[in-house]
Ligand binder design. Structure first.
Ligand code: UN1
Length: 507
């Protein structure tokens, strides 16, 4: 399956890291190669010729030239291209999922679910392309018509992280494309294979529909080359998914040129409150998945459980039982629930967080160790008895570590939930209507996503995705997130032949 995926997408040992439509793939000669490493085996599976400055110039020129034409293509026809990419993703689902497994080490079931999300996102964006409505307003002038219309921004740069190498691109790129923008994708160099596969799918669709330059790929291994994209005034919007530290840099650089935009989807530090009325078994199941799914490397991963004192003991017991049933292993094997972390650095950060917790008096009541085998495997880890404001708890660590905090009143629980710098996802497990409504009120969760009786992960693409505070405020995916990739124009049309000074100026 893995060999077939590489073969079907024409991925050899050394691959080009740049595709500019019309111009094709860049040569591999003279580029500095970087490794594609399979985290499950700690093994180099391919190399990518990292994009350089010249490659960037080629990509931006193609994207810019294509955009002026793409902007005039009727939006439903733009949606057709996105829809076709979705149907090709369905056709190549197994191969694309195999590339995700090789790149990230996530379990095969999760990799397939990620490609299904790409397919769903394409269907949604294709439908949305017929529904990019603007409101009609009531003009106070006689015989005037007034309305909003939404117009393309230009070239959009999409920078994605390693944890969702396909779906986060789709959440951004498909909306950008239906909005009449062309898209340059800069994926994380930790996960280059998925990007190569998806670019090939885009190429097939663009060739079939005789379209040019809508989606291109720019994959440098080097940070300074990647920075070209955020500094370039020809890029109208930079959508960035990744750490808050890098997000801040994107905001500084892009924001300093007024008129350019950024859309940030940065760190999360997601809490889930469990009150005394909750269905504890349901809570434990959904929290366990939220904490260890994707090996805790989702920005929506449940990192903190905030449990009412009277049910803390039974909930912790259930969480231990749930963690005990999670098979950590080779992501290629069907029974595996949790694969390895993405790389050695991630293992080091996991070990550091556990050490910090122990040093601060935390009790590691499940897991806590690296698993001794090739690849970057760690144990799902449950930690209690820490203060909620400990610096290492306040920080997002991309690893399957769940901290448990105990509260007495719901107000205190909400305070703990909101006390971190990040504001992406949050949840409450409860059967008490007033408690649920307080959590959902203005005095409740301060996050972009609030879930009731479910985990903090697995956002439905139909909703807008993103969060507040250090998460960055951006929104992608459903609802009206498409507006973030377009500019609003307030139009007013005078159809009555009169002007305001007709009484004073006679012409
Ligand atoms: C991310 O983790 O960067 O909702 C975004 C979820 C996933 C998150 C994707 N779709 O859990």
């Amino acid at each position: 399956m893995f060999e077939r995926a590489l073969k079907n997408f024409d991925i050899g040992f050394l691959n080009s890291g740049t595709y500019a439509h019309g111009d094709g793939w860049s040569p591999t000669d003279g580029r500095i190669p970087f490794d594609a490493v399979d985290p499950a085996q700690d093994k180099v599976v391919a190399q990518i010729a990292g994009a350089n400055e010249r490659d960037y110039e080629r990509v931006i020129r193609c994207a810019q030239a294509a955009q002026t034409e793409w902007a005039t293509v009727p939006a439903p026809r733009r949606g057709e291209l996105v829809g076709r990419i979705g149907s090709l993703a369905a056709e190549y689902l197994d191969d694309l999922a195999a590339l995700i497994v090789l790149d990230t080490g996530k379990a095969i079931g999760e990799a397939k679910a990620e490609i299904r999300e790409v397919i769903d996102m394409a269907a949604m964006a294709a439908g949305q392309s017929r529904m990019m409505y603007g409101f009609v307003q009531q003009s106070q002038r006689s015989k005037h018509r007034m309305y909003d219309q939404w117009l393309p921004l230009g070239v959009v740069g999409v920078i994605t992280a390693y944890n969702f190498p396909a779906s986060v691109w789709a959440q951004n790129a498909f909306l950008a494309a239906i909005g009449g923008n062309t898209v340059i994708w800069k994926p994380s160099p930790k996960v280059p294979l998925t990007a190569l596969g998806l670019q090939q799918i885009c190429n097939m669709a663009m060739n079939e529909l005789e379209l040019d330059g809508v989606f291109s790929l720019f994959m440098p291994g080097d940070k300074s080359v990647a920075e070209l994209l955020i500094h370039d005034k020809r890029i109208a919007l930079v959508s960035f998914t990744g750490s808050s530290a890098v997000g801040r840099r994107v905001a500084d650089v892009v924001g300093s040129t007024l008129g350019r935009r950024y859309l940030l989807e940065c760190s999360g530090n997601n809490g889930c409150i469990v009150d005394q009325t909750a269905d504890l078994a349901l809570a434990a199941r959904s929290i366990a998945f939220g904490a260890v799914g994707t090996t805790g490397q989702r920005c929506t991963s449940t990192r903190r459980v905030i449990v009412q004192r009277s049910v803390a003991k039974p909930l912790i017991e259930l969480l231990k039982q749930a963690f005990g049933q999670i098979t950590v292993g080779d992501p290629r094997e069907e029974g595996t629930i949790v694969g390895p972390l993405v790389d050695r650095d991630a293992v080091m950060l996991f070990e550091r967080a556990v050490r910090n917790a122990r040093d601060a008096g935390g009790k590691v009541i499940f897991g806590g160790k690296r698993i001794d085998r090739p690849g970057y495997y760690v144990e799902p880890t449950l930690i209690t008895d820490l203060p909620h404001d400990l610096p290492s708890v306040q920080k997002e660590t991309f690893a399957p570590i769940l901290y448990v905090f105990i509260y007495d009143t719901l107000e205190e629980a909400i305070h703990i939930n909101n006390s971190v710098p990040q504001g992406l996802s949050s949840g409450i497990h409860s059967t008490d209507l007033s408690n649920i409504e307080l959590f959902l009120s203005a005095a409740g969760s301060d996050c972009g996503i609030a879930r009731v009786n479910m985990g903090t992960t697995g956002a439905d693409i139909g909703a807008a995705f993103g969060g507040e505070k250090e998460t960055g405020g951006g929104r992608t995916a459903g609802s009206d997130a498409w507006k973030g990739y377009m500019r609003r124009q307030s139009v007013c049309v005078n159809w009555g032949g009169l002007s305001p000074w007709d009484a004073c100026i006679r012409l």
